[in-house]
Every structure is written in C-alpha cells, then in structure tokens.
Design a binder for this molecule. Structure first.
Ligand code: FUB
Length: 317
C-alpha cells in the first residue's frame, strides 16, 4: 500500500500512471473523515468510505474502514468494521465517526441517517472488545436524534461526534453542524448525562475534535465554507474557548475538511482528507464526494499556539 519512490519514478517514466507521492495515504479506496485512536504501540485509523460514482451529486457512504500503523508510514488495511444499516433504526449515510477506548472496550460513535421514526441525522454508538470489531449497536437506539438539537433548521445539525475522555474518566461528546455543541456522557458511555450545551466559537461549520497538550485543551473544527480548519483553546473542557485562528487551509479539490489530531511516539500528527487522488485504472479521480485521507506533522509554538499545518504530498518521512 505504501508507495515506494522507485515505483513512483518507474511509473512516471513509463507513463503508466501519474507520478504519485505518499499523501493521500490510500489510493485504491476513497477514505474520508479520519478518526485516529492511539492504543499502545499502534495507531488505529478509522475512516468513512466515499463511493460516489458521480462526483457532482452527493456523498455515497455505506460503511466505515479501519487501518493500523506502528510508525505512521506503513499501514495495514483491516476492511470495513461496520455498516450504517447495522444500526437497525438507521437508513444509511455512514458519515463521520470517532472511536475511543474505555474500560478495555472500543466505543464507536458515528453519524447516520435515522429512519422515519426520528427523521434526520442521528448519532449512534456501537461497541466491541476488539478495535476491528465486530461492532454491535450498544443501545439499540440513537444516542442523539435530530429533534434533540433545534439550534438550526437543518436536520444535519447533530453530526460529527468527537469524544474526549478526561483523566478521571469523565467523558464528553462534541458534535454539530453550524451550531457547535457538547454534552457529558454517563460512565456507561451510552447515555447522555445532562443537557446539550452550545459552545461559543467563531466560524464553526462542523468536524469538532478535542485534544489536550499539557494543561491546554484544543478544540479544532471545520470553519467557513469551503472549509478550512480553525481552532480554539481553553484551560477547561467546559471553556471558555479562546479562538486561535486558522490551523489548516482548504484541503484541495473538495469543500470539506475534517481533521483528527493525535500524539504518537513523541510526535503530533494532523490527519485530514483531500480530494487529491488521481485516477487509477478504472477508479475515477478524487473530488468533493471522493475524498482521501492524508497525514502531516503538527507543531506547537512555544506559547502553546498551533503552527499552521503544511499539507504535503510527501506525507510522513
Ligand atoms: O462525510 C460527510 C460529511 O462531510 C462529514 O460529516 C463532514 O464532516 C464532512 O467531512
């Protein structure tokens, strides 16, 4: 899967395919909305799976894919971990997700479209003893349904769950489109523990992600449209959040931008998607509904602010 420079050069010389470098990471399948989990010496990378035959219509996403790496350079493919319709109450739309580990179980929070009993998008939660599944619906019903979030008229204002687990085990879910929100989860991970609260951050579109470095919490999110990634920071998971500016520019050949930030073996990484895969044989080129995951390093300034990400084709070297 990892492309070697020799192969790239040979292909280019023979005119067999465009010269390709190491971002996007996967070229044989379209991957979107990355969510990475550091688990011991392994990074688990979960992605949506773009399959749109027509790049001008809409997303077509049925399942979620898993990959793993021990060095962020070579990746092993594990295939689909779950389909949207494995939630019996869902009709499809396997949108953005987030995997976390708690109490030796893997908890998969994800966006799907609910059936007509609760029309609109919803958040489901599935659980497994293994990072590659099998995953099963942990509740038998949605954790959040559209009518629980009335901050915008859109039925997709409750998408893109991102989980943050405090050192004491308290767990929060950040989510939303246009109206950023968070809510505490009960220790059982499958029930809300209190009200859904709005967050005050500028330019928010979607794709919230929370990480912590030292004593500082960072809330990154897709902002503006076409989307860039902005971020805010705080000394508390509850805010207030101080806007830090733009972290990543428009990712290229797609209006969406969706990030995952991890620290692994002493290095911070910014994982995102672009529409940048060239055509491969029968596979069409990437684009707005055919996205591909990429990774570049993330660096901090001495004052704790984040340096703007430099998106590269080389990826991690
Ligand atoms: O993949 C479908 C949607 O596109 C996600 O929910 C958003 O974050 C955007 O990436």
């Amino acid at each position: 899967m990892r492309k070697t420079l020799a192969l790239i050069g040979l292909n280019a010389m023979l005119g067999l395919s465009p010269a390709v470098a190491d971002n996007p990471i996967f070229e044989h399948v379209f991957t979107a909305d990355p969510a990475a989990l550091v688990d011991g010496d392994t990074v688990w990378l979960y992605t949506g799976h773009d399959e749109a035959p027509n790049n001008d219509v809409f997303f077509e996403m049925h399942d979620w894919l898993a990959f793993s790496s021990k060095d962020m350079k070579t990746w092993q493919e594990h295939g689909p971990i779950m389909k949207a319709v494995d939630f019996e109450w869902a009709t499809g739309h396997a949108w953005a997700s987030h995997m976390v580990k708690k109490d030796d179980k893997y908890w998969f929070y994800t966006t799907v479209r609910h059936d007509d009993t609760h029309p609109g998008f919803a958040v489901g939660v599935a659980v497994s003893d293994s990072p590659t599944g099998p995953f099963k619906d942990a509740r038998g019903s949605a954790l959040v349904t559209n009518e629980m979030t009335t901050h915008t008229p859109n039925d997709w204002d409750d998408i893109d769950p991102a989980i943050y687990i405090e050192d004491n085990g308290d767990t929060y879910m950040f989510f939303g489109n246009l109206a950023p929100k968070y809510v505490k989860l009960k220790d059982n991970m499958i029930e809300l523990d209190g009200e859904i609260k709005l967050i005050d951050i500028p330019h928010f579109t979607e794709a919230a992600w929370v990480h912590k470095k030292g004593d500082t919490y960072y809330l990154s999110y897709a902002c503006f449209f076409p989307e860039k990634i902005c971020y805010a920071s705080s000394d508390s998971i509850h805010g207030p959040w101080e806007y830090g500016g733009i972290l990543n520019e428009i990712a290229g050949n797609t209006e969406t931008n969706h990030q995952s930030i991890i620290e692994f073996k002493g290095q911070s990484y910014f994982i995102y998607h672009t529409g940048g895969v060239p055509p491969q044989g029968d596979q069409p080129s990437g684009g707005r509904f055919r996205r591909s995951v990429a990774v570049d390093p993330l660096y901090y300034n001495e004052d704790g602010s984040l340096k703007r990400v430099i998106m590269t084709t080389e990826g991690i070297e």
